[in-house]
Design a protein around this ligand. Sequence first.
Ligand code: T4K
Length: 376
Amino acid sequence: MLKPFPQPYYITQPLLPDINKTSEMIKMIWESKQLSNNGDMVKQLESELSDFLQADFLSVFSNGTVALQLACRVLRLSGEVITTPFTFAATVHSLEWNNIRPVFCDIEEDTFNINPDLIESLITRHTTAIMPVHVFGNPCDVGRIQQIADRYGLRVLYDAAHAFGVKVRDQAIASFGDISMFSFHATKIFHTIEGGALTFKDKYYKERADSLRNFGIGDSDNVMEPGTNGKLNEVQAAVGILLLPEVENEIARRKAITGLYRQWLEDVPGIAASRDIDGVTHNYPYFVVRVDEKEYGSSRDELYERLKGFNIITRKYFYPLCSDFQCYKYLPSSSRQHLPAANRVADTVLALPLHGRMLDSDVEKICAIIKSLHGG
Ligand code: T4K
C-alpha cells in the first residue's frame, strides 16, 4: 500500500545559492552602500546574462511582468496583438495594461505553442505585433513566425519566461524576434527571487527600456516619457550572480528526472508525457502530462485531487485559459469554437513536481502512485 508523502510535495522548490557565499555578497553590498539604481551587481549580472543567453543587448527588471509591459512600450505596440490563450495571466495582462487588445490564436496540440498556420487569418489593419510564448520552454516555430511578421510589417515580442538556456539548432532562443522576455521568479530554473530580463536586437531598444524602468529619466535635467519603477536591486542581482554557474547542473538533473518520469509512466494507459523536439536543446522547466479520461479511468481534475490525497501538489498549468478569464472572455477571439486545441489541452494537462533536488526514489513513488490510480 503506497503511503502519502509525509510533507506536501510541491511542483517545484527554488534553487538556493550557498548561504555563506550569499552572506559574503551581501557584506560587499553593505560595504558599498549601493543597494539599488543600477549598481555594480546589476551591471555584472547583465553582462554575465548577455553572455549566457547570447543576447546582443540585455536589461534586467524587478520581475518578468513589468519587463513585458515595458517591452510593449519600447516597441510602441498599439491596436491589436496576436497572442496565445495557453499561458500565464501575465502575458495577456501586459497587453491590456498598455491598452492593447489581445487577439487569441489557437495552439498546436503537440508543442502547446501558438499555431503559425492560424496567425495570418487574424491579422487586421490594427495588428501591430505577434506575441508568442515558448510554453514550458518548447520553442515556437520561430522561422514561420518571423516570415509572417516580415510579410505584414509586424513586431515579434517573445514571452520566453520559461525558456532560459533553450537553443534551436544551436541558436540561442534570445536571438529570435525583436525582444524576448525571461522571468527570474523563484519558481524558475534561474532566478533572482523576483526578477526578469529583456533581450534586444537593437541597442536603441535597450536604451529606451533602461530609461523606462527608471521612471523615464533621460539625464539629470530631463524626463523623457512616463516610465515606471522596474529596477532590480543589488541583493537580488547578487543571488542571480551566485546561481548562474549552477544552472547547467540544474538543467542536467532535471533532464535526468524527466527521463525517469517518461520511462516509469510509459506503460500507464491514458497518461501521455511531453516529448523532446528534434534539434532543440531543452531546459526542462516543467514536467507536463496529458490525461485521457477514457483510457486512464479518471479525469485530470480527479487525478489532481487524488494526488493531493498523497500530498503531491500538482498544478493545472495553464487552466483556465486566459481567454476564459472574466476580463477577457468578452473578446470575439475568446470563443471556445475559435480555440478548440487550446481548450482540449487546458482541460487535460497536469504539471507534476520537477526540480533539481528531487530524489530518484521520489519520482519512482509519484509514478507508482499515478499507476496505482489507473482505472479510477
Ligand atoms: N509569462 C509566463 C509564460 C509566465 O509563466 C510568467 C510567470 C510570467 C510571464 C511572468 O513572470 P514574473 O512576473 O512572475 O517574473 C508562478 C510564478 O509566480 C510565476 O512566475 C510563473 N510564471 C507561474 C507559471 O507560476 P504560481 O502562483 O503558480 O506559483 P506558486 O506560488 O503557487 O508556486 C508554485 C510552487 O512553488 C509552490 O506550491 C511552492 C513552490 N515555491 C514557490 C515559491 C514562490 C517555493 O517552494 N518557494 C517559493 O518561494 O505562479
